[in-house]
Design a binder for this molecule. Structure first.
Ligand SMILES: *[C@@H]1O[C@H](CO)[C@@H](O)[C@H](O)[C@H]1NC(C)=O
Length: 92
């Protein structure tokens, strides 16, 4: 049985984040989809989630508790969220 890989990339703030990523595997090329981004700054981590419809949600536990905030279609700049810089990008 073949399962899709999950790829977690540690990135520098200059990494250009796209909504999909093509990788080659022993089973041939596959296209992975962006599903999450973790941001860091000011001694605090926040996140952005991309759901299966390709819509974005932001998460900041200090500001909004357990709630994710709906952002809609692709935000203007995925590299930053409220002044924090992307540090981990997750594709699956
Ligand atoms: C996103 O924001 C960062 C930090 O302000 C900036 O350096 C970068 O150029 C921006 N990227 C785009 C695509 O606007």
């Amino acid at each position: 049985m073949f399962s899709r890989p999950v790829l977690c990339l540690l990135v520098l703030p200059t990494f250009e984040i796209s909504e999909s990523l093509d990788i080659s595997t022993d089973g041939g090329p596959i296209n992975l989809h962006l599903c999450g981004i973790i941001y860091h700054g000011g001694h605090h981590f926040t996140a952005r989630i991309r759901d299966q419809q390709g819509l974005f949600w932001s998460y900041d536990g200090i500001v909004n508790g357990r709630e994710c905030i709906y952002e809609g279609t692709i935000p203007a700049n995925l590299s930053v969220l409220d002044g924090r810089a992307a540090c981990v990008v997750i594709f699956a």
